[in-house]
Design a protein around this ligand. Structure first.
Ligand code: GDP
Length: 190
């Protein structure tokens, strides 16, 4: 018998959404260039590799988070791969998503404004119980910072979102981002 499986999920029941093992769709949103692909690749592959991003169509990767209470969450992560330009596609993209991660770049006020646009879109078209996270990425570039941490904190709080600053480059807070989301997911009763 296999005892393996990604992150402790039993291959025989890994796909079942029971109280202990969840499988959820997670979508990434944000301006092009803020680091969405790099965040995913850092989380899934443990690497910072800006050259290996998917350029055509939506890419799809999955990764499992094991929590302390021995529950697991398998994230099926959807990256827009540039489709964020086509606003009309968005509702199709985030249909069925339990989680939305809205990313901006702390060195780019424009990307922070764009993040707020995506949050409004999600509030209009997303599932009402969607878990939303606001992520200020490129936190390693603090000498070029143009978006104060407090602005992110305040906006997230007003909109019922989880907030964190990350660096895909240094790996800072990347695992924490996904762990905190996993903890916030509503669970079916046992
Ligand atoms: P996407 O268009 O949102 O998917 O952005 P990418 O993941 O392709 O990243 C865009 C650029 O930002 C790349 O050149 C990365 O090298 C750079 N980048 C991404 N994350 C970070 C980060 O945390 N720190 C720094 N300094 N650069 C980053």
């Amino acid at each position: 018998r296999s005892t393996g499986g990604v992150g402790g999920i039993n291959p025989e029941n890994g796909s079942v959404n029971d109280a202990k093992n969840l499988r959820v769709k997670l979508v990434l949103l944000g301006d092009s260039g803020v680091g969405k692909s790099c965040i995913v690749l850092r989380f899934v592959r443990g690497q910072f590799d800006p050259t290996s991003k998917v350029t055509v169509g939506a890419s799809f990767l999955s990764q499992t988070v094991a929590l302390q209470d021995s529950t697991t969450v398998k994230f099926e992560i959807w990256d827009t791969a540039g489709q964020e330009r086509y606003a009309a596609l968005a509702p199709l993209y985030y249909r069925g998503a339990a989680v939305a991660v809205v990313v901006y770049d702390i060195t780019s006020p424009e990307s922070f404004t764009k993040a707020q646009y995506w949050v409004k879109e999600l509030q209009k078209h997303g599932s009402p119980d969607i878990v939303m996270a606001l992520v200020g990425n490129k936190a390693d570039l603090h000498e070029k910072r143009e978006v104060p941490v407090q602005d992110g904190i305040d906006y997230a709080e007003k909109n019922g979102m989880f907030f964190i600053e990350t660096s895909a480059k240094t790996a800072d807070n990347i695992n924490q981002l996904f762990e905190e989301i996993a903890k916030r997911l509503p669970r079916p009763s046992p």
